[in-house]
Ligand binder design. Structure first.
Ligand code: NAD
Length: 382
């Protein structure tokens, strides 16, 4: 067997009520915390709860609650300014992937300076370790709490920048499924399909390895058993708990094995049309699977046997066809909008499709796909 490496956060706490540990974790990392969150989390009391847990351990804090969905470099700058002005040495992000990613980027700039754009690709190393981050997800989707990735929109170039480096791993991940109980069905659906894409892409990635295979397959099974339940019964804590676990496993899988074509193509849609990340993934997944099936038949059939479990006696090709049908059915059941129902303007789409294809290729993710597309094939797929 080849030599492989997996990278994970320093500590992972997960399970019901684990959020209450945030104060104890912060006390082990620094002296003053910046909480990075969004207005919805603030209104729901999650930020106040975090302040309370920190104060119980004698940790003072400031808060930045201005993050928006699909965060931009402006949100990063605002969080950074607050962090500097208030003299914070530790960050706690409470929210969906948008809050976690904003905090990761701010943590890097606090110790390294410059603009987050400077660090895309391998242009510039991080000279200094980022500030420590405690990542507390409230959605079950991105897995950002265990990934070495941050995704931030560059508002100058309308590009979703993806940075992937081990230094971006949070010091601590706290995965408390109770926090996801309040997710509305549309967020549950989109984020759940995002996690499914992470797991499927990690499993068919050219960089897949035995450990990420195990995490990815376990995540797929958990998602297929629990996503519909969590969507239909938002207060089903058991389903939420299994989805939180699945999202974390899928995140760990793709962080160590890479995402591939769906994510590569999804980011430009997010940057150009501000479609939520999970929704744009769902828009692409069936077409990308069709494009891929001949090149990854064996691995896709393994996924197909989990997702379409009644498939005894089917050939690999039939299993993959059934898989694609099941994915379409799942997205329909979860009422995830498609390009038309989301209301994307066709003229504008045609104007930017070539740029989207170029941006997708430049992101590097399609290079890990079993069938590496050309620019023209990407335009066709879009
Ligand atoms: P999000 O963070 O944008 O949240 C979506 C909406 O749901 C927001 O309005 C938020 O306030 C709300 N919300 C979140 N949790 C809630 C809760 N418990 N109750 C009620 N409302 C809640 O969505 P997301 O899908 O978690 O994150 C998307 C971002 O993450 C995108 O920018 C995407 O590119 C990025 N991403 C990052 C990684 C990574 O590894 N860093 C991986 C995948 C995606």
């Amino acid at each position: 067997m080849a030599i492989h490496e997996v990278r994970m956060p320093g500590r992972i706490l997960y399970g019901r009520g684990s959020f209450a540990e945030v104060g104890r974790m912060a006390a082990s990392l620094g002296k003053k915390v910046l909480i990075v969150s969004d207005p919805i989390m603030d209104r729901m009391g999650n930020v106040a709860a975090c302040e309370q847990y920190l104060s119980e351990q004698g940790i003072p804090c400031a808060k930045y609650v201005g993050v928006d969905s699909e965060p931009t470099d402006r949100h990063v700058d605002e969080a950074l300014t607050m962090c500097r002005e208030r003299g914070c040495d530790t960050l706690v992000a409470v929210g969906g992937g948008s809050c976690l990613d904003t905090a990761k980027a701010a943590a890097v700039l606090m110790t390294n300076g410059g603009h987050i754009r400077d660090y895309v690709g391998s242009h510039k190393p991080f000279a200094n370790k980022p500030l420590p981050l405690i990542a507390v997800p409230t959605t079950a989707g991105t897995g950002s709490e265990v990934t070495k990735v941050t995704v931030i929109i560059d508002t100058e170039q309308d590009v979703k920048m993806m940075l992937a480096r081990p230094e971006l791993l949070p010091a601590v991940a706290i995965v408390d499924p109770i926090l996801s109980l309040s997710c509305p069905p549309s967020v549950t659906a989109a984020t759940g399909v995002d996690a499914l894409c992470h797991a499927m892409e990690a499993f068919i990635s050219r960089c897949a390895q035995p450990v990420t295979d195990a995490w990815a397959l376990q995540a797929i099974e958990l998602i297929m058993k629990n996503l519909r339940l969590a969507y239909e019964q938002g207060d089903n804590l058991e389903a939420r708990e299994q989805m939180a676990l699945a999202s974390m496993l899928a995140g760990a899988a793709f962080s160590n094995a890479s995402v591939t074509l769906v994510h590569g193509m999804s980011r430009p849609i997010g940057a150009m049309f501000h479609v939520p990340h999970g929704v744009s993934n769902a828009m692409l997944l069936p077409a990308v699977l069709e494009f891929t099936k001949e090149s990854a038949l064996e691995r896709l059939a393994i996924i197909g046997r989990i997702i379409a479990s009644d498939g005894t006696g089917r050939s690999e090709a039939e299993t993959v066809d059934k898989l694609i049908l099941e994915i379409k059915r799942l997205c329909r059941d979860l009422q995830i909008p498609n390009v038309k129902t989301w209301g994307i303007d066709k003229t504008r789409w045609n104007q930017v499709v070539s740029k989207m294809a170029a941006d997708a290729l430049a992101s590097g993710s399609p290079g890990n796909h079993p069938r590496i597309p050309t620019h023209d094939e990407l335009v066709q797929l879009y």
